[in-house]
Design a protein around this ligand. Structure first.
Ligand SMILES: Nc1nc(=O)c2c([nH]1)NC[C@@H]1CN(c3ccc(C(=O)N[C@@H](CCC(=O)O)C(=O)O)cc3)C=[N+]21
Length: 291
């Protein structure tokens, strides 16, 4: 048996088309959503993402504002820029590309963003709102994974979901979203005992460890839905956290890398920017873009 391919690239394109339509409707009311992306330093991979975020932002009809700062920028200068963006009514969403240079306090920087403009959903207020079931800005990658899972499975209720990885940007918010959808959720990490056996019980497996080909084919429950969040650059090109070729022989459905979760992350960033713009203008949340 070979797994159904969950085509995140195609799903993301459809989502962006839907967003573009809603942006046009807003423009008729003289509102144009604006997204500011801040990149500190010259990490080549980060530059690629920032460029592609900017292009897709413009493609859906939003305004894109890019701020590139040298790696030696002081935290004080970065905070001053964020203050200006917080106060700028043309800016509805602010994304500060992570990781930041080592001399910066990442939490302090993120928490200086206006929570209403925090389209990454990383601000402590948004994390707390998500954890307590209040209306929040939801982190883009987990939101994209949730959309793919709902599209493929319909209901997640009662399913055994295993999230491998406990980061604040993927693992923890992913677990919160799965729990909200009434899955039974386990979070595994580097100290988890018997990870292969735990995986074999998972109807839904989310791999967000950041290690190339970490999840083996014989760890997968037959028929399981596998979501691979990994983006690992190797000599063989871009690979996920799951051994895709082996896993696809066992899984019911699986996301590829590239072309799976990655494009969904950017589409959900645009979705969050639209949501933030709607809320800033007292409009109802856009249909189908919030959990
Ligand atoms: N504040 C912040 N928010 C982020 O959302 C954020 C960040 N910092 N720092 C870096 C990571 C990484 N990230 C990706 C987005 C899209 C793809 C993506 O579209 N990947 C394509 C392949 C692109 C390629 O070939 O490199 C794919 O999987 O098909 C990957 C990775 C967002 N990040």
């Amino acid at each position: 048996m070979t797994a159904t391919l969950i085509d995140g690239k195609a799903f993301a394109a459809g989502l962006r088309a839907q967003i573009a339509t809603q942006v046009q409707a807003m423009k008729a009311h003289r509102i144009t959503p604006g997204l500011a992306v801040v990149l500190v330093g010259e990490d080549p991979a980060s530059q690629v993402y920032v460029r592609s975020k900017g292009r897709m932002t413009r493609e859906v009809g939003m305004n894109s504002y890019e701020h590139r700062l040298p790696p030696e920028t002081s935290q004080q200068d970065l905070l001053a820029l964020i203050d200006r963006l917080n106060a700028d009514p043309a800016v509805n969403g602010i994304l500060v590309q992570l990781p930041l240079p080592a001399h910066m306090d990442e939490a302090a920087v993120i928490n200086s963003i206006d929570p209403a403009k925090d389209v990454d959903g990383f601000h402590i207020l948004n994390a707390g709102r998500l954890a307590t079931g209040q209306k929040a800005m939801v982190p883009c990658t987990p939101l994209g994974c949730l959309m793919l899972l709902r599209d493929h499975l319909g209901s997640l209720s009662g399913k055994n979901a295993l999230v491998i990885g406990r980061s604040n940007i993927v693992g923890k918010p992913m677990a919160q979203l799965l729990l909200r959808d009434s899955a039974t959720v386990t979070i595994a990490h580097s100290r988890t005992a018997n990870l292969p056996d735990l995986c074999r019980q998972a109807d839904i497996l989310i791999a967000a460890v950041g290690r190339a080909l970490f999840v083996k084919g014989d760890w997968i429950k037959p028929g399981a839905t596998v979501i691979d969040v990994g983006i690992n650059r190797t000599d063989d090109g871009l690979v996920g956290d799951v051994d895709f070729d082996a896993a696809k022989q066992v899984a019911g459905a699986i996301t590829p890398v590239p072309g799976g979760v990655g494009p969904m992350t950017i589409a959900c960033l645009l979705a969050n920017t639209l949501t933030a713009t709607a809320r800033a203008n007292g409009l109802p949340d856009p249909e189908g873009l919030t959990p």
